[in-house]
Design a protein around this ligand. Sequence first.
Ligand code: SF4
Length: 209
Amino acid sequence: MSSAPGYGEARRRADQAAGAALAREGGQAAAARAAVAATDSFFDLIRHTLNLDGHLARMACKAGCAWCCYQQVAVTSAELALIVEAVAGLPPERRAEVRASAAEAAVRGRGLDPGRYWAAHIRCPLLDETDRCLVHAARPMACRAFNSADATVCHNSFLGETGRIPVLAAQHGTWAHAQAGLADALARAGIAPGPVALADGLTISPTAP
Ligand code: SF4
């Protein structure tokens, strides 16, 4: 197995891609989109270098499985802009549902640490009635980071049991560091990068749904 570039490279590439988008005056949504594209391509490199295809084939994550969508999701201002843009493309009645769900989640989650938030079973306002993400293509980096090889362990954790979710660390680490790189680019451009809790962001954003 050849040696793979470290997570610092994921951060650097996301920073560089987002910085270039901001320099082109593409705006924050464009910066997030560029950082996601750069990180997708970086993860392809990692996948190839570390020969991860077997691990990825065993992933339990699939459309309609949403046990991880009850966590507190932290987003940068650019990721929030990208999500708000995606929500703006939804039908009006769906946007109204998202707005109401976000307000409810923000109130229920206020002041909770991640453990208590998880225990409170606060559903992501972007999850539809079939347990699919309404903004899948624009979802936060934290959601791209999360993965599991065993949905039963995820479900049991949701039910309050202790257990170690079998996570592919390379995927988690890549996206976590990419989000830091995106924040670096925003800060360098004089933009407060956050993070902000997703439900709060959807509630307070001036361009919120
Ligand atoms: S943004 Fe989408 S993927 Fe992320 S927690 Fe919400 S519904 Fe799930």
